[in-house]
Every structure is written in C-alpha cells, then in structure tokens.
Design a protein around this ligand. Sequence first.
Ligand code: ADP
Ligand code: MG
Length: 426
Amino acid sequence: PAPLEWFPAWGPADGAARASALFAEAFGGAPAGVWAAPGRVNLIGEHTDYAGGLCLPVALPHRTYVALRPRDDGRVRLVSAQEPTPWEGELADVGPGRVDGWAGYVVGVAWALAGHLRADGAPGSGAEAPGPQMPGFDAAVDSCVPFGAGLSSSAALECAVAVALDELTGTGLGGDDEGRALLASLCVRAENEIAGAPTGGLDQASALRCRADHALLVDFGRGGAARHVAAALGDLALLVIDTRAPHRLVDGQYGARRGSCVRAAEILGVPALGVLADLDGVAERLRAAGDPDAEVLVRRVRHVVTENARVRQVAALLEEGRPADVGPVLTAGHASLRDDYEVTCPELDLAADTATAAGALGARMVGGGFGGSVLALVPRPAAKTVATAVAAAFAAAGFAAPAFLVAEPAGAAGRVDDVGTSEGDA
Ligand code: ADP
Ligand code: MG
C-alpha cells in the first residue's frame, strides 16, 4: 500500500522564514514582523456556535504565517504561497461584494478593524490626538494548515492578519482576552461580509483565544464567554483524518442548517436554540406550529440540544482527568451529526467507523461537514495502526487517499516571537 501522508506542523522559526522569504521576493526588503495564527480542531460542539450554544476547540500546532509591512498610502498588495493569484487594491475600495477570492479574508479584516476604529473614534474635541488609523500594507502569506479540510485555514489567515494590524496600528486589542474576543468578532465580520462565507465564530475564537495544552469552552449564548479547560490526554492522542472528500453542496447546506435553527427558535419562542436545557415538549410544539418541515426541525433541534449536553460532558470528563471516557461521547456526536443534523458524507462516516473499529476510543466528523476531517481519540501508540486501517478502507472504497495529523493543543495567534506564550487571560 502507498505510504501514509502526514501533515507536519512547521516550527515558528521555519514558518517565519518562509513568509519573510516570500515577502522579500514579492515586495523587496524585510517585513515589519511576522504574525501567525493556528487552525483548530473542535473536540465537540459542532454546528452550535450560530445556534447560541457551546463548543470546545483546541488550537493546532499548524499555523498560517503572515509577513506584513505597513505602507504610507492606502494601497494593499498581497501574495500567498497557497494561491497563484496575487491581489492589489485600495483599502478605501474594500466593501461587501467588492473583493473576489482569497484576498477577501485579508482585506476584510483591515476593513472590519478600520470600521471599529472609526466607530470607537478618537474623542471628538479636535484637541486630542487622533486615534489609531488603518494604513495600507504589503503582506505575504504561507501556511501549513491544511486547506479546506475543516481545520479552519480561513480563520487562521484572518486572525494572523488581525493580530498584525492590531499591533501595527497600536489598537491594542490583542493584549487581553476581552480584546481578543472583539478581534474575533471583527474577523467573523470580515469572513461573512467581505469574503462572503458564513461562519459562526468558533473558528476565530479558537485561533485568537486558545491556550497551549487546553481546550477552550466557549458559550455563544453568553456573547462568546470562554474558559480554558486543561486537556491532559495522558497516553491518548488526537488523530485528525483529512478525508479529502470533495465538498459537495456545502454552501447551501450550511445556510439551510442555520435557517432551520432560526426558524425553530422562532417557533419555540427562544432567542436561540442554545438556551434550551432539554427536549421536554420541544417536538410537540414544533409539530403543533404546522410547519411543513416540522420533522426536520425536530431532528435539527435535537442535535443542538444533545450536542450542548455533550460539550458539558466532555469538559467535565477532562476536568475530572478521565480523557478515555471522552471517546464514546465523540462517537455519539458523530451519530447526531449523521442522523439528526445530516451533514456527514460517505467518506466521513467510513473514516469515523473504521477508526473506532481499529482501536480508536471514539471518533467524529469536525467542521461544517460534507467533507473535511474526522477527529479520532486514540491510544498514542495506536495512531499509526488506526491511520493505516482508515487508508486501507478508503482505498477499498475507491476514495481518494486521506491524510493525517496529530493535534497537540497549541497556543493562540500572536507575533511569531511570542507564539506559544500568547494566550487569553480568561
Ligand atoms: P477551511 O476549513 O480550511 O477554513 P474554508 O473554505 O473556510 O476552509 O477556507 C479556505 C479558503 O480560505 C481558501 O479557499 C482561501 O480562499 C482562504 N485561505 C486559507 N488559507 C489561505 C492561505 N494560506 N493563503 C491564501 N488563502 C487562504
Ligand atoms: Mg473556514
């Protein structure tokens, strides 16, 4: 059989050197600095962020590196080692529907931060010094976060740019967890409004607020309030399987799921599904409302409510030092996403089932679904056996060869000198 493919995580010095070299080649000279932000894998709590629920991500050691230098005009020039087409334009021209392609994830952040600075405003007397201003900039991007694998390369890019511009403008939001939560919300605006991709906040919270060796328990029902949960896995490891399944239908489906959550919350008379403590009477009320899709709504709500319970359960198990008991909860989460939320696909189901049969304590799809990755909790020495079994099952099914990484819970976005030490203070 073909050798297994693993995604290595670059060391910070290596990542910074790559981004700086690309910068020098594209723009000449040295950047003002290199900033990096991680991808993430969510232990549990999928499709709950936009429903006002809970999630429990860890940041990956895999990061996107951005070498950046401000300009004294309003121009922006961008290159990426992962994208063949560079981008150049005026910051003043950036707005919803006006930027195509990957550049939207970068200039969208500058646009959102500039909007925040304007709204926050310098005190208006005219006597005071003006507040921070958004300059133009040149930026070069390089990344070892797998692309489009459900591991949030998009938020890694946004958040690396966000901490860079926050520091260079002297805005100072990156210095504490409250500021980082605000930066995360600006990155969500950038992705929603400029890149045109729906996203609920989990990815950006992970990239900006996680702490090494910890998971981040985020409550989107309380404005994204977060708490660090020690993720001491002992002799267990987090094996991530990128199925490489083509993302079929994913755009419309994500929007449809969000829409179902909004409709169900309206019928149930709650601000968001995340506030529902249990399913008592929920199905009856949804059916009584006469919605033609009532049975679908019943399943969607059941996923959100049971998934929130699984997040609480996994956080408690980690805090009690019982990581092995997390396994079956992950498997139950996959079944819920497959049967009630209906966002898996044959590759995701095969990867999760095969991993469990081959010795994983549990496995579930992560990210939006319809492709992307599976997370398996494995005894550390069994990681390779499980990976081999999944690769063999994929070959037998005629699927593309999957790729793998081991997720060691890593730290949040920061200047590369600070990477690994920067963390929220929640
Ligand atoms: P993911 O699950 O990886 O976040 P998305 O579809 O949300 O998948 O985001 C992937 C998109 O983000 C890419 O198509 C590209 O537009 C942008 N992107 C991510 N990383 C980079 C990078 N290193 N350079 C350029 N664009 C990037
Ligand atoms: Mg993304």
